[in-house]
Design a protein around this ligand. Sequence first.
Ligand SMILES: NC(=O)c1ccc[n+]([C@@H]2O[C@H](COP(=O)([O-])OP(=O)(O)OC[C@H]3O[C@@H](n4cnc5c(N)ncnc54)[C@H](OP(=O)(O)O)[C@@H]3O)[C@@H](O)[C@H]2O)c1
Length: 274
Amino acid sequence: MNKENILVIGGTGKTGSRVMEQLKNKGIEPRIGSRNASPSFDWDNKDTWVNALNGIERMYVTYYPDLAVPGAKEAIQSLTYLAKELGVKKIVLLSGKGETEAEACEKIVMDSGMDYNIVRASWFNQNWSESFFLDPIKSGEVALPMSDVLIPFVDANDIAEVAAKVLLDDTHNGEIIEVTGPDLITFKDVVNFISRTSKRDLNFHDITLEQYIDGMKKMETPNDVVWLIEYLFSHVLTNPKNQLVVNDVERVLGRKAKSFLEYAQETAKTGVWN
Ligand SMILES: NC(=O)c1ccc[n+]([C@@H]2O[C@H](COP(=O)([O-])OP(=O)(O)OC[C@H]3O[C@@H](n4cnc5c(N)ncnc54)[C@H](OP(=O)(O)O)[C@@H]3O)[C@@H](O)[C@H]2O)c1
C-alpha cells in the first residue's frame, strides 16, 4: 500500500485526528480532508472534492455536523459516486447508533460496490472535554434532560483505533462494527465521575427537553444546531437500540473498550475541566 493514498475526512476532528495519529504511528502519511487542509475539502462545496480525492485508495469519512441533518444523504451519495469514479477502493464510514437517517447513508456506502466498513458509534466520551458538554462542566452547573437514560458512552480513541485497523486490514470488510463503551451510564453518573476525578463540585439539574431547548434559544444558538440537539435527544438518545453495550471494540482490537471512568481519570489530569 502506498503511504500517501489514504484520506481522512474530518482529520482534525474528534475521531479523525486520532485516526491520523494511529496511521502516522504506522509510518503512513494520510491526507486530511477538511476546510483548512491543503488541498481543501468542504462538504458544502463539491468543487473541492476532486482534488481532495485525487489518487486516494482508502478513506475514512466523518460527515459534519451529523449524518442526520438535511442534505447529508445527498452529500454521502455524491461523494461515494465520485470516490468510485476516481478509483477509491475502500470507504470506512463513521455513523451513529440508532439514527435512521444515518442508516440511509450507511446503505449508500454498503451498496456502492466498493469495499467498506461502517463504524457505528454511540455518544463519545470526548463530547464532555472537546465539544458541547465542556462549557457546562467548566461552569459547574450541568442542566440536562433525560437524566435517567442509560448511554454506553464510547471513547474516541477506541473508535479511531478500530477505524484505523479496518482501514488498513481487510479481514473485517463488509461488516458493520458497533462501537460502544463497556458500561451503561446516565448523565448523572457522568457528572459524578467528572466531579470525583477533577475534584470539583458540580451541580446536576434534571430539566425537561423543552426547558433545554428554550435555554439554547435564549442563548441565540443557531436554529440548525437547536434542531440537531433536539433530534439527538428526542430520537437518538431514547432509541432502545442505543441503550445496549456491544463488544465489537474487543472483537476487532482484542482488548476491552475504555470505560468512562478511565477516560475521566486521564482527562482530569489534562486540566481541561478546571
Ligand atoms: N459526537 C458524538 O457523540 C457522535 C456519536 C456518533 C456519531 N457521531 C458522528 O461523528 C461525525 C463527526 O461528528 P463530531 O461531532 O465528532 O465532529 P468532528 O469530527 O469533531 O468534526 C470536526 C471536523 O470536521 C471538519 N469540518 C467541519 N465542517 C466541515 C465542512 N463543511 N467540510 C469539511 N470538513 C468539515 C473539521 O475541520 P475544518 O474545520 O478544518 O473543516 C474537523 O476536521 C458526525 O457525522 C456524527 O454523526 C458523533
